[in-house]
Design a protein around this ligand. Structure first.
Ligand code: AMP
Length: 459
């Protein structure tokens, strides 16, 4: 049964803002989370970016804070949203501003990489909503510019990323400064054991709201793979980017250096391209994103971590210039197109040594990716190696991944050990269609091998 925003218990100022935004109906996570948050419950939400999770917490928070108005206290915040990256912080700030435009709450966003004085000034009189990345928040707390003793609501966003990015200690220090009595909302795309432990420690009798957008993503995105020699990848990328169907493309590279090099080469070939990654200044990233949004550049090359913060509607193509070593990352990547129900295309390049990763991805999504064979750069050697893997044999001419990626997983050990995934929440096996689906408990999430798939990526 489809619900409306009215039925979720949202008041007129929010409904009006949602009409302004053009949202016709709630997404599954919004349907499940909003009434629970309004009822004051703690919540654990297993959901990725792209599911509408920001609105799932922002809407009820705005309503609760404005219904129960309190004059701001110097340096205090009533609600804290902790998120791992500057981009996400800025986006959450934009969402609160948009949804709260008829609500008159005071909000501010703090993150590192920019001067702190404007942030301190906006904190001085107290705020209703504080959106922050952990490092800068701790800095400000230590200087006495943020006090959290009166906090009413705490949101921890992207908990698994916090862990991957090494922020978990900072997060714990911040949590130790919060009042015991508070409402806590906890969001994570995956639930590795360390994240589960953290959630148990900081939540009280939480409701569990899980959606499996990845299955939806896998269904919505038109996926293709090109077998190609490593040395031919650049030529193939150029050909694809020059084709008319490609509007906005997000290209994934594995390293910062590789991303920069690709951006330079494409720009030289008159395809306006930018690269974003952790070495870019905040100013440079903001300019890159604005150019991409406006269409001034059509192509962004990004590393996995930098791409987490990209929320641009209308990305027509996600291109995996290199396949990720962790199959879950593939699902994260292709989810950058097909936002909020739209469809999109994902194109992957697979060289001989990457066939094992492609095989892993298909095992996780339980869906073969269709092969584009009719192109001049097709590598039959790579295609044949992939067929060998499908037949359960180890192709002899492939460099085992452990030789290339620092020994994390070898042919024999790593890649064969997770046949038990068929119970996982990501596959298509759960049945049903639509924008994600709920009810999957933590136990049924796919195991995240050590929960560490950010560790090997550079930012
Ligand atoms: P999020 O998962 O919070 O990053 O949201 C993903 C995208 O979906 C954002 O661009 C939102 O503006 C959009 N969005 C969120 N909720 C809805 C909705 N109910 N209907 C349409 N779009 C939405």
């Amino acid at each position: 049964m489809e619900m409306t925003f009215e039925e979720l218990g949202l008041d007129e100022p929010l409904l009006r803002a949602l009409r302004d935004e053009g949202y016709a109906k709630p997404t599954p996570i919004q349907e499940k989370a909003i009434p629970m948050v309004l009822a004051g419950r703690d919540l654990v939400g297993v959901a990725q970016t792209g599911t509408g999770k920001t609105a799932a917490f922002a809407l009820p928070i705005i309503q609760m804070l404005s219904k129960n108005k309190r004059s701001p206290v110097r340096w205090e915040a009533r609600c804290l949203i902790l998120t791992p990256t500057r981009e996400l912080a800025a986006q959450i700030g934009d969402s609160f501003r948009a949804y709260g435009r008829h609500a008159r709450l005071k909000q501010t966003v703090v993150f590192g990489g920019v001067g702190q004085n404007p942030q301190v000034n906006s904190l001085a009189k107290g705020v209703d909503v504080l959106i922050a990345t952990p490092g800068r928040l701790l800095d400000l707390m230590e200087q006495g510019f943020v006090k959290l003793g009166w906090l009413e609501i705490f949101v921890l966003d992207e908990a698994d990323r916090m862990l991957d990015m090494g922020f978990i200690r900072d997060v714990e220090r911040i949590i130790s400064a919060l009042p015991e009595k508070r409402q806590t909302l906890f969001f994570s795309a995956t639930m590795p054991s360390e994240v589960v432990r953290l959630s148990r420690r900081i939540l009280t009798d939480p409701v569990d709201v899980s959606v499996a957008p990845s299955a939806t993503t896998v269904e919505l995105v038109d996926q293709k793979v090109y077998f190609v020699d490593r040395n031919d990848k650049f030529e193939l990328l150029k050909q694809i980017l020059k084709s008319e169907q490609v509007g906005k493309a997000l290209v994934f590279a594995r390293t910062k250096h590789g991303a920069d090099r690709l951006a330079r080469q494409l720009s030289r070939d008159r395809i306006p391209t930018d690269a974003i990654h952790g070495n870019k200044s905040q100013g440079a990233r903001t300019v890159s994103m604005a150019n991409f949004r406006s269409g001034k550049t059509r192509v962004i090359i990004a590393t996995d971590l930098a791409a987490r913060g990209i929320d641009v509607d209308g990305i027509t193509h996600v291109i995996n210039y290199e396949l990720p070593h962790e199959p879950e990352t593939y699902i994260h990547r292709i989810g950058r197109t097909a936002r909020a129900g739209a469809s999109g295309s994902a194109v992957s390049f697979c060289d001989l040594d990457e066939t094992i990763y492609l095989h892993d991805i298909e095992r996780l999504t339980r869906q073969p990716i269709s092969v584009v064979e009719e192109h001049a750069l097709h590598s039959e050697i790579a295609h044949a190696a992939k067929r060998e893997l499908e037949a359960g044999r180890t192709p002899r001419n492939v460099n085992p991944p452990h030789k290339r990626s620092g020994g994390n997983r070898g042919f024999r050990g790593g890649s064969r050990q997770y046949g038990g995934r068929s119970q996982g929440g990501y596959g298509r096996s759960q049945g049903g269609a639509g924008h994600g689906r709920g009810g999957a408990s933590h136990a049924s999430r796919p195991p995240s091998r050590g929960g560490s798939y950010g560790r090997r990526y550079s930012r």
